[in-house]
Design a binder for this molecule. Structure first.
Ligand code: PLP
Length: 403
């Protein structure tokens, strides 16, 4: 029963203005237990990471087994490491034939960095196009293509030649020209508050990229690995990108990212000069073993097929006059409220009621739900009852402060 709150504040860098401050000692299924024994439903999966929930036996066994064989051996791409090759084979087997070469990295941001370098090298161009409220990471390159000024402007100068377009604006696509190296988009925007571009917009973008020789990058770091009800969200859209980015749930709870493209495109990182991207820990054997086990579990349990019904159940249960709308793509949901303060109060009340939900970087008046895909219907019912109770409590508190 030791609290590490004092050490947390005195020894760790603090960047969050309001850290959640849960001190978790155990995590199983969708339940997190804190050091005092309080239990919480994890409805955010560490932001779309723990798709198989916590403590999945197949994943932990795979990690244990691999740890007993070897952990880090050598920087990426020099040794043949079975966990990497087996995982790459499994993933490419699930993708269209044009997405056949995987470069494993450490994180989503690094996957975005790799993709930005790749499109510049392949096309010999520099312009990158991204979208308003898009989020692709926090490193300099990924920050440069962020579709929001607040978090990025203090760090300028960033990458030059970046253009941010409006989502779903067909005429904006005329900005994709023979100068454009790459266009990057999330097939469902996460931090924007679960906003899905129209399929005809994505199809037109695909056409334009092909016509102008620009590469189309889908950032599926948040949407990938079954979250939206398909293994990859691009399958919902009918549009296949030239480059696919994965991260978050990819590593089964361990750090892992990837950029994936056609071998012919990836080849430009191998010559003149070679070593187009270098990473020490990218594709770590523990992460690849965990990722492969997680993917096998996802398939074995047929979880993806059940996502749509679970989304429907959430939507049918979450009815309240304070809810403006619910946006969703499978188990990636945004509950829209009228304003930021009310939304924050709901999140605070939820936590007091044993429910962990969260906000979005660029949609502060919406509550984020991204539960593990293993969540049971009975757990959804219990969770929604507590969310509705929290909304009531937030409303009562607001009325009391007004009186
Ligand atoms: N791209 C998207 C769509 C994301 O949601 C995130 C993280 O939230 C990233 C990229 C960055 O990933 P990471 O935090 O692993 O660097």
């Amino acid at each position: 029963m030791i609290s590490y709150k004092k050490d947390f504040f005195s020894t760790l860098a603090q960047t969050s203005p309001e850290p959640i401050l849960l001190q978790i000692t155990k995590a199983r299924g969708i339940i997190l237990t804190d050091y005092l024994g309080n239990e919480y439903y994890d409805l955010i999966s560490g932001i779309a990471v723990s798709n198989l929930g916590h403590g999945n036996k197949a994943i932990t066994n795979a990690i244990r087994k691999q740890a007993g064989l070897f952990t880090h051996l050598m920087v990426y791409g020099e040794y043949i490491q079975a966990p990497q090759t087996l995982f790459a084979k499994k993933i490419t087997g699930l993708l269209p034939h044009t997405l056949n070469a995987i470069y494993f990295v450490n994180s989503g941001s690094e996957a975005a960095e790799g993709a930005l370098k790749l499109v510049k090298r392949f096309t010999g161009r520099t312009e990158i196009i991204s979208f308003k409220n898009g989020y692709h990471g926090s490193t300099h390159g990924s920050l440069s293509i962020m579709g929001d000024e607040t978090l990025k402007s203090p760090y300028r100068p960033l990458l030059p030649d970046v253009r941010i377009l409006e989502l779903n604006n067909m005429s904006a696509l005329n900005n994709i020209t023979a100068r454009t190296a790459g266009v990057i988009i999330e097939p469902t925007q996460g931090e924007a508050g679960v906003i899905t571009p129209r399929s005809d917009f994505l199809a037109a973008m695909r056409k334009k990229c092909t016509a102008k020789g620009a590469l189309l990058i889908f950032d599926e770091i948040q949407t990938g690995m079954g979250r939206t009800g398909k293994m990859f969200a691009f399958e919902r859209t009918g549009t296949v990108p030239d480059i696919l980015l994965l991260g978050k749930a990819l590593g089964g709870g361990l750090p892992l990212g990837a950029f994936i493209t056609d071998r012919k495109i990836m080849a430009c990182l191998s010559a003149d000069p070679p070593l187009g991207h270098i990473t020490t820990f990218g594709g770590h054997p523990l992460s690849c073993s965990a990722g492969l086990a997680a993917l096998n579990e996802l398939l074995r349990l047929k979880l993806i097929k059940k996502v749509s019904n679970k989304e429907k159940l959430f939507r049918s249960l979450l009815k309240h006059k304070k809810i403006v709308e619910i946006r969703g793509a499978g188990l990636m949901l945004a509950i829209q409220f009228e304003n930021e303060q009310f939304c924050k109060n709901v999140i605070r009340k939820c936590l007091q009621n044993g429910i962990i939900c969260d906000w979005f970087l660029f949609s502060p008046s919406a509550v984020r739900l991204a539960p593990p895909l293993i969540i049971k219907d009975s757990e959804i019912r219990r969770a929604c009852a507590k969310i509705l109770l929290s909304i009531e409590q937030a409303q009562n508190e607001y009325l009391e402060t007004r009186n």
